[in-house]
Ligand binder design. Structure first.
Ligand SMILES: *[C@@H]1O[C@H](CO)[C@@H](O)[C@H](O)[C@H]1NC(C)=O
Ligand SMILES: *[C@@H]1O[C@H](CO)[C@@H](O)[C@H](O)[C@H]1NC(C)=O
Ligand SMILES: *[C@@H]1O[C@H](CO)[C@@H](O)[C@H](O)[C@H]1NC(C)=O
Ligand SMILES: *[C@@H]1O[C@H](CO)[C@@H](O)[C@H](O)[C@H]1NC(C)=O
Ligand SMILES: *[C@@H]1O[C@H](CO)[C@@H](O)[C@H](O)[C@H]1NC(C)=O
Ligand SMILES: *[C@@H]1O[C@H](CO)[C@@H](O)[C@H](O)[C@H]1NC(C)=O
Ligand SMILES: *[C@@H]1O[C@H](CO)[C@@H](O)[C@H](O)[C@H]1NC(C)=O
Length: 594
């Protein structure tokens, strides 16, 4: 390893020597302090791990004015801010340096906010004037690139087709985060069009953002479609992030990057200003390293928005004073009753991962929880695909009128048209225009199959939606009714009714890496939360433990997730969040395997 490094340096010196030879002696090379202040003396400490090295000590985060922000919680950061040890300008600078250090490897950030420094100064000024807006005041964050920001940044869902388009206003959630005093650092990379575009594709890839990679193993699927949101929080590039989910896109990248993900009930967070997939299932969710941090974000973004009718569904179902009051410690687990839908989901998991998760389940029991094995979704044999996530499983069974994809592709056709109608400064007005753009720019946007390595099947997802013409026929309504019924009252709710005398238990524990479990919550429009629960031995990729419950049960989910997290931390179990190992950090395979 050392030898290669020296060979590299010799080549470097050989390359620059001719520039110095004209008139000056080589001695002049190191006397100019201005020049030398720009030259890196010890490349290996932070930025260039010696080749063939590996492990969690690669790419350590530089201290921030002497303070180590690695794994810092939002409360830790507020403590530094409130005692004037650091300013928001400092925080911004230090997280930017973290991004500069790692982004050639991870590509988690698709665009930086050119106004971030000015905003950070205003936040410091407000704090100095005695106004602190709340726990997010001055804390940097990123949002997925399908969430509109009315500023100098683009909102494109990773597609070149929307470059230059001007959004009418901030999305509701970004508006709320700005009001909460949070500092928008930039936009997160994602799977293009949030995975609507293709059925065979490289997860985490977008034409505009390139291939986003997980710091745990850069050679595999980093989780998606909110890939950059999960990766950036997992790698400590940012304290928190916001993403969107239609079917798995918050929980999956959260669990694959060892962070907490909250996917709220459809209707708790407004989709106004979110590039849509399906208003029947889209929801905006949170990524953070701890449950408490994620709840700070949820508290900032939920609420009724007259521009999104679904948000009226939350009226009377949200707690006064927000969700932090439900944060609990492990003592809450005494007497809790959880169900394992074993045959529905657990039996489909990787056996080693499931065995590790069961050790964590045993730990919950030792903390006083009762586990009921076999709380199945009544229709699981019919509705759960036995071989991996498949949102067209109904059609695979021969029943398009019982398939999620049947209504999603119709919804996308209609919902994207409505989104595009509100944009200024673009010629892209319909799905027809998007599909044509991808054909006209096939080299970058892979408009046909087998042209672009990241888009193996071209844009078959967009074309399937196009073929539907957005027609809401009988098949559409049958499919919507079927998917809702078999995941709601005849699904998750029925599985929860396993307590004594037909009462509801406290939640269903599921392995979110078995994506069909999260899919049930997605089709139901029900919430889900995942906490980091360990890593897979072979890949080094993390996985989570998720909790499902009924509509608007976020308070309950937060209570149990925080109790489990406290148990993990206080017991010192290995089945909790661990730091990235940067496996395969020099590999640039495309596509990444699933
Ligand atoms: C779109 O642009 C026109 C002309 O520049 C402007 O008058 C209008 O207010 C813009 N609309 C929105 C929604 O930004
Ligand atoms: C909300 O519902 C009303 C009445 O059904 C409808 O007219 C309006 O278009 C809806 N708004 C949105 C944003 O869906
Ligand atoms: C749950 O029950 C199944 C049999 O139905 C069994 O294979 C599995 O090991 C049980 N899991 C736990 C955690 O007890
Ligand atoms: C995905 O597309 C690529 C390129 O066309 C092809 O080689 C591969 O077999 C496809 N994978 C599946 C699962 O269809
Ligand atoms: C779907 O169509 C089949 C006939 O092809 C019918 O038997 C079934 O009941 C339909 N499903 C729903 C949910 O309507
Ligand atoms: C079940 O209901 C019966 C009748 O209401 C009651 O006597 C019994 O205590 C209940 N059992 C439990 C475990 O709650
Ligand atoms: C990354 O994960 C893949 C898939 O499990 C595995 O084959 C590979 O060995 C892992 N890379 C490293 C460097 O461990």
């Amino acid at each position: 390893m050392g030898r290669h490094f020296i060979v590299g340096m010799t080549a470097f010196l050989a390359a620059v020597t001719p520039l110095l030879a004209t008139g000056n002696s080589n001695d002049n090379y190191d006397v100019d302090s201005l020049v030398m202040s720009q030259v890196l003396a010890d490349p290996n400490a932070y930025d260039f791990p010696p080749v063939n090295s590996n492990g969690a000590d690669l790419f350590p985060m530089r201290p921030c004015k002497g303070f180590q922000l690695w794994e810092a919680s939002i409360d830790d950061l507020q403590e530094l801010l409130s005692t004037s040890k650091l300013t928001s300008v400092d925080l911004l600078q230090c997280y930017l340096e973290r991004i500069y250090q790692t982004d050639s490897y991870l590509k988690a950030i698709i665009q930086h906010n050119p106004d971030a420094l000015r905003i950070a100064r205003s936040m410091d000024q407000e704090r100095a004037n005695g106004r602190v807006r709340g726990p997010l005041h001055g804390i940097p964050f990123i949002v997925k690139d399908n969430i509109a920001t009315k500023d100098r940044m683009e909102t494109t869902a990773g597609s070149w087709a929307l470059l230059g388009s001007v959004v009418p206003r901030d999305s509701f959630v970004v508006h709320k985060l700005r009001k909460a005093g949070a500092l928008l650092l930039g936009k997160a990379a994602l799977s293009e069009w949030a995975d609507m575009r293709s059925n065979n594709y490289s997860e985490g890839y977008s034409a505009r953002g390139g291939q986003c990679r997980s710091p745990y193993n850069l050679t595999v699927n980093p989780g998606g479609s909110s890939s950059g949101s999960g990766v950036a929080v997992g790698a400590n590039l940012i304290p928190f992030a916001v993403g969107t989910e239609t079917d798995g896109s918050v929980i999956n990248p959260a669990q694959r990057n060892a962070v907490v993900g909250i996917k709220p009930t459809v209707g708790l967070t407004s989709r106004d200003g979110v590039i849509p997939e399906s208003l029947n299932q889209d929801t905006v969710g949170c990524f953070a390293k701890t449950v408490r941090d994620a709840v700070y974000v949820l508290d900032a973004i939920y609420g009724v928005d007259h521009r999104d009718n679904a948000t009226f569904g939350q009226v009377g179902k949200t707690p006064k004073g927000g969700y932090t009051q439900f944060l609990a410690d492990k003592s809450a687990l005494q007497g809790a009753v959880f169900g394992l839908p074993w045959e529905s989901f657990w039996a489909l998991g990787d056996s080693q991962q499931i065995a590790q998760l069961v050790e964590l389940i045993r730990l919950l029991e030792s903390a006083g929880a009762t586990i009921i094995n076999g709380t199945e979704l009544p229709h699981y044999k019919t509705v759960v695909s036995p071989d991996g996530w498949n949102w067209d499983y109904g059609s695979v069974r021969g029943y398009p009128n019982e398939s999620e994809y049947t209504y999603i592709k119709v919804d996308f056709y209609n919902n994207i048209k409505a989104y595009l109608a509100d944009l200024n400064n673009t010629n892209i007005r319909s799905l027809e225009d998007i599909v044509q753009y991808n054909k006209d720019n096939l080299g970058s946007e892979g408009g046909y199959p087998s042209i672009h390595p990241a888009f193996g099947s071209g844009q078959d997802g967009l074309e399937a939606s196009l073929a539907s013409k957005g027609i809401m026929d009988e098949t559409y309504f049958q499919a919507l009714e079927f998917c809702r019924r078999t995941t709601r009252e005849e699904g998750i709710d029925a599985a929860l009714r396993h307590g004594n005398n037909n009462t509801f238990i406290d939640g269903l524990l599921v392995p979110p890496d078995v994506a069909q479990s999260i899919q049930a919550a997605a089709q139901a429009g029900y919430p889900a939360i995942t906490v980091p629960a360990g890593t897979n031995k072979e890949s080094g990729m993390p996985y989570g433990l998720a909790i499902l419950n009924t509509a608007f049960s976020e308070a309950t989910l937060i209570k149990w997730a925080s109790a489990i997290e406290d148990l993990q931390k206080s017991s010192g179990t290995q089945w909790q969040r661990s730091l990235p190992e940067w496996r395969g950090y020099l590999v640039r395979n495309l596509p990444v395997p699933f």
